[in-house]
Write a protein that binds this ligand. Structure first.
Ligand SMILES: [Zn+2]
Ligand SMILES: [Zn+2]
Length: 140
């Protein structure tokens, strides 16, 4: 298990990435990814881009290989039947490490306090070695 302070730092960083302060009426939901097998949140990430994937509008699949037990799982899928796989990215921290504590923040348009339509989201990670944080992909 990750400590709550680490999780709230990643949560804060993710909210900043999608400018949550500019959307005070909307609902933001942070999810820490967890290995289905050992519950660790540290993953080696592979970003599989599909056709139509753009910097601010990702299409494809994000895979996480658990840094604890090696279990490989889909962390996030946003694609369609007709889309083709075009390339894989294997993000590495500036320190050379490939394991990140990873999570996702999604914004939903608020309608009188009831969470509404999905607006924007981001998938982020924090290096398990040097604690540097980064955004991997944005969805819109
Ligand atoms: Zn695991
Ligand atoms: Zn690092």
């Amino acid at each position: 298990m990750e400590n709550p302070e680490t999780i709230s730092q990643i949560d804060d960083f993710a909210r900043q990435c999608i400018h949550s302060q500019n959307h005070p009426g909307d609902y933001h939901k942070f999810t820490l990814f967890k290995c289905n097998s050992c519950k660790s949140s540290s993953f080696r990430i592979t970003i599989e881009h599909h056709t139509g994937s753009e910097e601010w509008n990702f299409r494809g699949i994000i895979w996480g290989e658990c840094a604890g037990c090696g279990y490989l799982m889909r962390l996030f899928t946003f694609t369609g039947e007709q889309r083709q796989r075009i390339r894989d990215d294997r993000p590495e921290c500036e320190c050379g490490n490939r394991s990140f504590i990873a999570g996702m923040c999604e914004r939903f348009e608020g309608e009188e306090g009831i969470p509404g339509f999905f607006d924007e989201g981001v998938i982020v990670g924090r290096c398990t070695e040097c604690s540097r944080k980064r955004a991997f992909v944005f969805t819109d």
